[in-house]
Ligand binder design. Sequence first.
Ligand code: GUN
Length: 292
Amino acid sequence: MAASIISGRVVAKEVREEVAGEVEKFKKANGYPPGLAVIIVGDDPASRVYVSSKKRMCENLGIYSEEYAMPESTGQEELIETIEKLNKDEKIHGVLVQLPLPEHLDEGEVLESIDPRKDVDGFHPISVGNFVVGKEAFVPCTPLGIMRLIEKTGVEIKGKRAVVIGRSNIVGKPVAMLLLAQHATVTICHSRTQDLPGVCKEADILVAAVGRPEMVDATYIKPGAVVIDVGVNEVGKREDGKRILVGDVKFDEAKEIASYITPVPGGVGPMTIAMLMRSTMDAAWRAVRDKG
Ligand code: GUN
């Protein structure tokens, strides 16, 4: 039987509605909204699109937002000064620096200058460390979105074999830790893994985050597996100039074997910004709690 499709569009809408309700409650209780600051350096077109979507989503949900569009020529000190100002700003509960940064900037130092209490992206080493040892911390948004999608299937994670393809700090490593926290037995695969299809075929839950168009075919998939496709690969343009996107999974083959599968587009993609709104809301609640 063909797999059920997990719609990220539907689940992201649920998350947004949940956050919008909380924003109202927060405003009533505190007299001001949660606030997010987004910093972008340079004019990478894809990053610009992401940043405008974040801003629009804040407006739709009643979250206060500030955007700092800084020129390509911005220096390290100037960028860090901007972040430090936002760290102190009481209207701002979340600070996000859009990646990638221009080459001349030191990304590690920039991310470490964000106050971990406002680190809604979860990229600060303190956030990563706290998360790994099970303390309160922000967690990167795409992995949080992936977990929501898996939870939505109703499939129990506890005790299952989960395989993650990809070991990035933004997706692979954190999603593996989240699955582990839910008591899955987790394997992380990468470019040097031997017999990749064989390892993946043991997975009850398979998360593909490699960035290789349709690499994961039928030979990778265990019958009945939950398949989450994080890939967004441009493989050409349509006549109208629109990009043709495919995932890391050969969808048509995989859907005949899996029990649940995410499409591309419309699967993991819409979840990331929704979870950023969720984390900004959490940051605001925590700020109020910690103020006493
Ligand atoms: N660039 C691509 N994905 C992300 C993300 O999740 N956060 C930030 N800050 N930049 C990104």
